[in-house]
Design a protein around this ligand. Structure first.
Ligand SMILES: NC(=O)C1=CN([C@@H]2O[C@H](COP(=O)(O)OP(=O)(O)OC[C@H]3O[C@@H](n4cnc5c(N)ncnc54)[C@H](O)[C@@H]3O)[C@@H](O)[C@H]2O)[C@@H](O)CC1
Ligand SMILES: [K+]
Length: 609
């Protein structure tokens, strides 16, 4: 199980741990892990001479981590430049260590006043100026380069080795090094990943070698030493803000982050990419887009939830000894193979089809018979002993799956089931509405998907005694919440929690990161179980009908006796893995039927461990 904790919890645990350690020891652990990861990214197994590293240093301890790590790397021969974004508030110990190790210190140029139309609202970062000390501003003095030690660029003419890319194909040609693995491979880290492929590219030092005097092309004045340092670097360390960050990147930082992104440098975020919200996974403005993130002590929810998760690159967790001080219940958790294997229902010798559970599927219509076929295809491979189909597409269903028990309706006349699935391709006609009333009134677990979500009565759902699982995508979730789709996409975690709380139901929010919030929905707080994030998804699943398969497989798991949150998260896990297996290691377009057909392979893969 991969677990993530809120900032508040992390701070409490750090406080406890720090009180038992000599001053500064924790930061040294973090810096040591960070330096090791950076060295591995730069030149696995080789020295650091000739490597150029730029540190982007903010006003807090995140900048302190970067400075201490930079000092370690400088002592090992790298040419390190620290760009101080808040020169008056830089971590003093980190700065002293960096100076002592020969790190070159520079400041960015002052920001030009933003031009705004008369009467226009100031941006958020500027509005804050009135209320908070402007510690994030680049400093009142002119940004002349302050050489505090001789520049250490021992080998300015030579180009470093190319970084061995290990990307998942979604990158931009910057390798992140085999040492950290890749997006999906790293995120799941348990055999679910398909990462570790080729891709990546070699770091071209040539363009970067243009030198400090070259125009920066990034919006600051020519000769800006900070931008030049970033552009020349082979590796940029983002120590702008960590868990203390609020809002998006300020303009000076955003410009440097952009320069880093546009360069060939590998961008490594310290603890989390600056500009993303650690607790919610939201990005309220510009954020660093890292190739790799080195996080300390535990995962933070933002590292696992989009859109923030899209900024992390490969994630490496550095153990700083926080484990014993973290509470049992995280804010967010991601199941791994072993967790799902323990949940999947396996028939015992005395099992029969009824004891394994019967799942009823109310789906399809004259117009959409395919949705019924796909939902049944998923249900047949979800572990229940039998699938009962109810609706007008019985012929299409038995033609494809003769093992299905079919019934024209209504659901309450179809015979006993242990769970209902309703919604895929259902339409919104009279029959559909009646069927919905029927299953809402049943005393067994109920999964509502697709068209069914449009027919939902919130109060009736709340009043149900048996569990209800809702499986909306962002658009459907937006309609249920009465907000714009973009709002749901920008705040997935908050949205899924809110839906779960409002409907008193377990909610599986599908999408780039699929989330499962337990009924009650305040995962990790107030005693509710954690929200789950699914680690197995793939973009190849974004195709018509895959949601129907998911509802079938999840309903089948409900019928087999899994609790709602477990059924939804195991269903999403199986479905995501089946999608990956169907798409193959290299990736290829797949149809929903392919996903259903790969579900048995996903089961075997999980049971193999
Ligand atoms: N507490 C500890 O013992 C440890 C902390 N560690 C590091 O410390 C970090 C947390 O340190 P801090 O609490 O000092 O917080 P941060 O380093 O995250 O930064 C907070 C500072 O940045 C300013 N700020 C907030 N949002 C900003 C933005 N968008 N742009 C620019 N400046 C902004 C704040 O006003 C504050 O001065 C962790 O993320 C981790 O990197 C690690 O060294 C491990 C040990
Ligand atoms: K950071």
């Amino acid at each position: 199980m991969r677990t993530a904790y809120s900032v508040e919890t992390v701070r409490t645990a750090e406080h406890e741990l720090m009180s038992r350690l000599p001053e500064g020891a924790l930061m040294q652990r973090a810096a040591s892990g960070l330096a090791t990861a950076c060295a591995a990214l730069l030149r696995p197994g080789r020295g650091l001479y000739g490597a150029r590293i730029a540190l982007l240093v903010g006003s807090g301890s995140n900048g302190g981590d970067a400075l201490y790590a930079g000092a370690r790397l400088a002592r090992r021969g790298a040419g390190v430049t620290a760009v101080l974004l808040a020169p008056d508030r830089t971590h003093p110990g980190g700065l002293a260590a960096a100076r002592a190790a020969g790190v070159r210190i520079v400041e960015p140029e002052p920001e030009p006043e933003p031009e705004r139309e008369r009467g226009a609202e100031p941006p958020e970062w500027e509005r804050e100026r009135g209320t908070e000390p402007p510690e994030w501003e680049p400093g009142p003095r002119t940004a002349t380069e302050r050489e505090t030690a001789p520049a250490r660029d021992p080998d300015p003419g030579t180009q470093t080795d190319g970084w061995r890319g290990a990307g998942d194909g979604a990158g931009d040609g910057k390798g992140t090094g085999t040492g950290t693995g890749t997006g999906p491979g790293i995120r799941t880290g348990d055999g679910t990943g398909t990462g570790g492929g080729s891709g990546g590219g070699s770091a071209s030092g040539a363009a970067a070698d243009a030198g400090a005097g070259a125009g920066d092309g990034a919006g600051t004045g020519a000769g800006d030493a900070a931008v030049a340092a970033v552009r020349r670097a082979h590796l940029v360390v983002d120590g702008i803000v960590g868990i203390g960050g609020r809002g998006g990147l300020r303009p000076a930082a955003a410009r440097l982050a952009e320069a880093a992104r546009a360069s060939d440098a590998v961008v490594v975020a310290v603890d989390l990419p600056s500009g993303v919200d650690a607790d919610s996974g939201e990005t309220a403005g510009a954020a660093v887009r890292a190739d790799a993130t080195v996080t300390f002590g535990c995962y933070k929810p933002g590292l696992l939830v989009d859109p923030a998760a899209g900024c992390t690159g490969a994630v490496r967790l550095v153990d700083i000894g926080l484990g014993p001080y973290l509470p049992e219940r995280p804010a967010l958790e991601a199941l791994q193979h072993a967790d799902v294997a323990a949940l999947l229902p396996v028939p015992a010798p005395e099992s029969d089809k009824y004891r394994r559970g019967v799942v009823g599927v109310v789906a399809g219509s004259a117009r959409y018979p395919g949705a019924a076929v796909l939902a049944v295809a998923g249900a047949l491979r979800g572990g229940a002993g039998a699938v009962r189909y109810v609706g007008p597409a019985g012929d299409a269903v038995v033609t494809r799956f003769p093992e299905t028990l079919v019934h024209a309706g209504p659901p309450s006349d179809a015979g006993r089931v242990q769970a209902w699935v309703i919604g895929p391709g259902l339409g919104d006609g009279t029959e559909a509405r009646r069927a919905m009333e029927d299953v809402l009134g049943s005393d067994v677990p109920l999964l509502v998907d697709a068209d069914g979500l449009r027919l939902l009565d919130r109060e009736l759902v709340r009043r149900r005694e048996a569990p209800t699982v809702l499986t909306p995508h962002a658009g459907e979730a937006a309609a249920l919440l009465g907000v714009a789709r973009e709002e749901v996409e920008a705040s997935r975690l908050a949205s899924v929690r809110r839906l779960a709380a409002e409907f008193g139901a377990t909610v599986l929010l599908k999408g780039s990161t699929t989330l499962v919030a337990p009924a009650g929905g305040k995962g990790g707080r107030g005693g509710d179980p954690a929200v789950r994030v699914n680690p197995t998804g793939t973009g190849w699943l974004a195709t018509a009908g895959t949601g129907d398969v998911l509802s079938g497989v999840t309903g089948s798991l409900l019928a087999a006796g899994l609790e709602a949150r477990d059924a939804a998260s195991a269903g999403a896990y199986l479905h995501g893995l089946a999608g990956r297996l169907a798409a193959g290691r290299e990736g290829a377009p797949i149809g929903a039927s392919d996903v259903a057909s790969a579900l048995d392979a996903a089961w075997r893969d999980i049971r193999r461990g």
